[in-house]
Design a protein around this ligand. Structure first.
Ligand SMILES: NC(=O)c1ccc[n+]([C@@H]2O[C@H](COP(=O)([O-])OP(=O)(O)OC[C@H]3O[C@@H](n4cnc5c(N)ncnc54)[C@H](OP(=O)(O)O)[C@@H]3O)[C@@H](O)[C@H]2O)c1
Length: 238
């Protein structure tokens, strides 16, 4: 896909990986609708990224609000070309110490949130002939288990299955689907679980550049799944 003047929706745009993906897309001439709950952070991004970045305050778990916004913003005459499902939460607990609220929040955000927006946008994308692309941000631990990660692994294995089924379902509509599985990223994501980010983790800018490469592949070439990990995942020795 030639990215210039394309239209993208990006969830989880306000920080971390989403921030870098938004920046990389804007630099390629894409109009970006950046969704997150923290509107101050999104507005600050607009100041930096310019008028092609639209800050959208939405909670991806709110099905009605998501569908209302899609219906108000898009139509058969204005259909997004790209959807990046990046919003996600994760925390890590032993099974018998996992609060139900934490379990439900991960399922709601990482799986239900992805379903609400993807189902609305896919309905529109199916109506256009030009190429479209949906990228779902999974995780390395959507492919292998990890101790004290049952809830998060459940959601990211779900992202993997969702993505694989969806690419088979949508390929004949000229819609690509990619499951993008990073290892540990140097963001605040793991902080709430007491895991400190370090410089040998993946860098958001590098991941964003790889994601741009995937979007720019020829229309009849699909990278359906990619796993990206630090070569040396251990913290640097001080
Ligand atoms: N960090 C890692 O090590 C790692 C590794 C593999 C995969 N991933 C995946 O990569 C993605 C991005 O992670 P990150 O490291 O960039 O995390 P992050 O820095 O914590 O950012 C998460 C983003 O998701 C948004 N978000 C969370 N809940 C939301 C909701 N209910 N509605 C709308 N937006 C919501 C947050 O915005 P608001 O708080 O403003 O809503 C924020 O913009 C996630 O899907 C994560 O599972 C992360």
């Amino acid at each position: 896909m030639n990215l210039d003047k394309r239209v993208a929706i990006l969830t989880g745009a306000s920080k971390g990986l989403g921030y870098s993906i938004a920046t990389a897309l804007i630099n390629k001439g894409v109009t970006v609708y950046g969704i997150a709950r923290n509107i101050d952070a999104l507005n600050e991004m607009k100041n930096k990224l310019g008028e092609n970045f639209y800050p959208i305050q939405l909670d991806v778990t709110n099905e009605i609000a998501i569908k209302d916004w899609v219906n108000k913003t898009f139509s058969e005459n204005y259909i997004p070309d790209i959807l990046i499902n990046n919003a996600g939460v994760g925390s890590f607990h032993k099974i018998d110490e996992t609060p139900t609220e934490t379990w439900l929040n991960m399922i709601n955000t990482n799986l239900n949130g992805m379903f609400y927006i993807t189902s609305s946008i896919a309905a529109l994308m199916k109506k256009k002939n030009t190429s479209s692309h949906i990228i779902n941000i999974g995780s390395i631990i959507g492919k292998i288990g990890r101790t004290e990660a049952t809830a998060y692994c459940t959601t990211k294995f779900g992202v993997q299955g969702f993505s694989e089924s969806l690419y088979i379902e949508l390929r004949n509509y000229n819609i690509k689907v990619t499951c993008f599985n990073p290892g540990s990223i140097e963001t605040d994501f793991l902080k709430s679980s007491g895991i400190t980010a370090h410089s040998n983790m993946l860098h958001t800018e590098d991941l964003a550049n790889t994601l741009i490469h995937i979007l720019e592949t020829p229309d009849n070439m699909l990278i359906d799944e990619i796993t990206i990990r630090p070569l040396n995942p251990k913290p640097p020795v001080k």
